[in-house]
Design a protein around this ligand. Sequence first.
Ligand SMILES: Nc1ncnc2c1ncn2[C@@H]1O[C@H](COP(=O)(O)OP(=O)(O)OP(=O)(O)O)[C@@H](O)[C@H]1O
Length: 593
Amino acid sequence: MEKEQKRAKITFEGIRRALRLYEYAKPYRWQFAIGLVMLLLSSSASLAFPKLLGDLINLGNKGRLLAEIDRMGLMLAAVLILQSLFSYLRVRIFVSVTEKTLASLRQATYSHLVRLPMKFFAERRVGELNSRISSDISQLQDLFTTTLAEFLRQVIVIVGGIVLLWITSWRLTLFMLAIVPAICVLAVVFGKFIRKYSKQVQGQIADSNTIVEETLQGIFNVKAFANERFEIGRYKTKTNEAAKTGVKAGSYQAAFVSFLILGLFGAMVAVIWRGVMLMETNPNEFPIGSLFSFILYTGFIGGSISGLAEIYTRIQRALGASENLLEIHDEPVEDIRLVPSNLVPASISGEISFRGVSFHYPSRKDIPVLKNVSFDVQPGWQVALVGPSGAGKSTIVSLLLRFYDPVSGTVTFDGQDAQSFPLTDLRAQMAVVPQDVFLFGGTIRENIAYGDPSASEEAIAAAARQANAWEFINSFPEGLNTIVGERGVQLSGGQRQRIAIARAVLRNPRILILDEATSALDSESERLVQDALDKLMLGRTSIVIAHRLSTVRRADLILVMDKGSIVEEGTHEELMERAEGLYKGLSELQFTV
Ligand SMILES: Nc1ncnc2c1ncn2[C@@H]1O[C@H](COP(=O)(O)OP(=O)(O)OP(=O)(O)O)[C@@H](O)[C@H]1O
């Protein structure tokens, strides 16, 4: 659904802040200045045109046209050629400045965006952020390539036109100024009123489109609940509403067209009438050709006054867009160094401690998620996190990855506070195999290489072998070059997991974080995945959010969590000895299922 563009009031403060984005245009400021000069020249040339046409008529009137036609023709041709040349240069220069400026603005915005902390992404919707990069920047593109140029051109035409008219006949100019701008302003106000209606129609159409989108996406549910009739009715109501508003908007539109014909052409007729009267009283000072160019200038000026309103709205939109962008640029980024991960030195052994860690998410400050959590992990241990849904297992992982920092207490690696490590170095020592493996739209090779983009072909193949993924990859005709995702093969859950494992193998982390898939794999793929995981966990510290007993049984430490606290800890055998223990209860439940 097309979202309405944000508009900002045009204030001095708003413009001053938006000028911060000018930073990106700075390298091209001279080029921009030349473009402005071209604009000035082409607009001035366009003003010469009505004057020359008027002169032509005056000459004809005096019977001297034939004698002068060559000179006049040459001048008209020269004006036209100059105007087209200046316009060509202006457009070329402005487009080149804009494209280069916007490319650096896009790059700066994206590079800022991906370095923002998780907290930022938890609070924003992906669609909204997407539009920051695409539509807000396009708004600015509009501003730089056309809006600014149009604005300046209109101002030049209005001011220059009035000056030229004043020189021709100040009396007729005063008469014209008394009526034409008023009609233009009325037309603009009327036009705005109509736009409001057409926006309402657009909104209603968008609503009806949402119904189509939702029902098509959820067609399974629509059919399963036999709700076709209900959906058809819903859609019918919405589209009928849109049609009703559309008809209303149409009748205003019709009135607007008549108003334009009556108002604008009426004003022209009035100026002609007044001009002819002046001409009668003073034919030498105000010949017919001058009246002709007067009318042309009046048309130019009227058009420019109406055009200014549209430009005002576009500037408002551009200011709104730049505010949105600046909001992102003002968010503090994480301490991320943009170095290749293979250049980050291995510096931790894999020893982890949580000391009295309490935490709540920034968006829900009143709900404690972890309460005074403490535990110690020796290098190379397998630690299983178990407990009911919402107990805080994933939150422990988020704190390990330093997506968030504890509200109180400390997380330490090798006895050092996690916050004392550079974030990039710390994360470079970890790898995550998540529950829902996210594969990028590229090839299998690219997806595995995400663990270490500098990895060699052999290293990628070796990682795929170790992850028990080599066999199924080779069964595809394209092998590692197979495109995954929408345009390529759809991989099964177990295959996706093994690609994620290969990615982690390539990364060769000190600390491995596994979120076991909850959805059951068939026993063969579960065996392959488990075997790959076992190999991967060897010799590293691993933290497993465990759903399967096989992993839990062999763990060196099981942390049983409930409502944000660790309620039990120990090995499988130790925990099974507690008659009333939560762990014992949970595992008995699993055995009987
Ligand atoms: N980004 C977030 N913002 C606010 N609250 C959150 C956020 N993520 C999780 N929570 C809340 O924190 C609590 C702990 O969630 P967490 O995801 O750590 O549980 P979990 O034990 O991993 O559960 P599950 O096994 O269902 O994945 C839950 O009450 C959840 O609603």
